[in-house]
Design a protein around this ligand. Structure first.
Ligand SMILES: Nc1ncnc2c1ncn2[C@@H]1O[C@H](COP(=O)(O)OP(=O)(O)O)[C@@H](O)[C@H]1O
Ligand SMILES: C[C@@](O)(CCOP(=O)(O)O)CC(=O)O
Ligand SMILES: [Mg+2]
Length: 305
């Protein structure tokens, strides 16, 4: 059996806008999805979502991974077991993490010799197939780790402050939210395109700020980004409550991460106040997770049997 894992992520800037080619800055976090694989007589996929065969309704990302990997090797039967620390459908990139970890696990099992670049590219193709439209961000950062700027695919310095995630526990589908923004953009192009372009400008400004470790200025821009995400309709009352609770308890910044609609928000904390922010999020009805940026992307966890 071979086990690989891949990290989830938070966006400092640029979700949704990056789907239209604008810049985004995305940060891998220490919460991971683990995928174990072994050859078998049939295809079995086991996860918190159930036990299925090749099944595009219940396990769309992993089913597409198996089909894509058949371009590189002959996969007859395989038993895949998924365990994840990432909430599903919540803006932390669970879809990218499960996709990237599955590709790498099969890559090792069948000795396909795919490079990290190949894995990120294949992962992006799969997210596009499932979502209809997807940027390369989540799959790239889950593969490479660290902090990345997309579409430049440039690695920036690590973010050295605590990261607090607040989960509304309201499920959201990236496919649906990306579709809603596409509709708004086509209904009001002269209004929505400049908003997306302004979101993109924040990453351009922030690239230097990340190198300088100027989190206070990064935070001001993240708060502006939050306002623009609200403007394109991906906010919710629950997300706003958690955002204001985090800011009210001393966070440097707080915004939605990922597709929005429900799911999670992200706050940057100062050295000494992550616990206070977490408590404010919990007191407002959310679930708080204190995490950190990680340099490590997809990795082999174990090779045995
Ligand atoms: N642990 C898991 N096991 C199996 N599939 C998963 C798992 N986590 C995520 N997925 C897949 O990813 C989908 C959620 O992806 P998405 O809507 O992009 O939200 P996000 O990536 O923000 O969590 C799930 O519906 C499921 O198909
Ligand atoms: C909304 C989007 O920018 C990010 C989606 O992230 P998540 O699936 O909600 O974790 C879509 C994309 O970049 O493909
Ligand atoms: Mg996703």
């Amino acid at each position: 059996m071979i086990t690989c894992s891949a990290p989830g992520k938070v966006y400092l800037f640029g979700e949704h806008a990056v789907v239209y080619g604008e810049s985004a800055i995305c940060c891998a976090i220490e919460l991971r999805t683990k995928v174990s694989v072994e050859k078998s007589d049939e295809i079995i996929i086991e996860s918190v979502l159930g036990r299925t065969g090749l099944d595009h309704d219940n396990h769309p990302y992993v089913s597409y991974v198996i089909e894509k990997m058949r371009q590189f090797t002959d996969i007859q039967g395989v038993h895949i077991v998924i365990e994840s620390q990432l909430p599903v459908g919540s803006g932390l990139g669970s879809s990218a993490a499960v996709t990237v970890a599955s590709i790498q696990a099969l890559n090792h099992l069948y000795e396909c010799e795919l490079s990290l670049e190949d894995i990120a590219k294949t992962g992006h193709e799969i997210e596009r197939m499932v979502q209809g439209n997807a940027s390369p961000t989540d799959t790239y950062v889950s593969t490479m780790g660290g902090v990345v700027m997309i579409p430049q695919r440039k690695k920036l310095d690590l973010i050295n402050c605590p990261i607090v995630v607040g989960n509304t526990h309201k499920f959201s589908s990236t496919k649906e939210l990306v579709g809603n923004v596409a509709k708004l953009r086509s209904d009001f192009p002269s209004v929505v395109e400049p908003i997306l372009s302004n979101i993109g400008q924040m990453s351009i400004l922030a690239e230097r700020l990340v190198a300088e470790g100027d989190y206070e200025t990064i935070g001001k821009l993240m708060n502006i980004n939050q306002g623009l995400l609200d403007a394109i309709g991906v906010g919710s009352a629950e997300l706003s409550s958690l955002v204001y609770a985090a800011r009210g308890s001393g966070a440097i910044s707080a915004k939605i991460t990922g597709a929005g609609g429900g799911g999670c928000m992200v706050a940057l904390a100062r050295e000494n106040n992550a616990q206070d922010i977490a408590k404010a999020i919990e007191d407002t009805g959310g679930e708080a997770i204190i995490t950190k940026n990680t340099a490590e992307g997809v990795r082999l966890e174990s090779l045995h049997g």
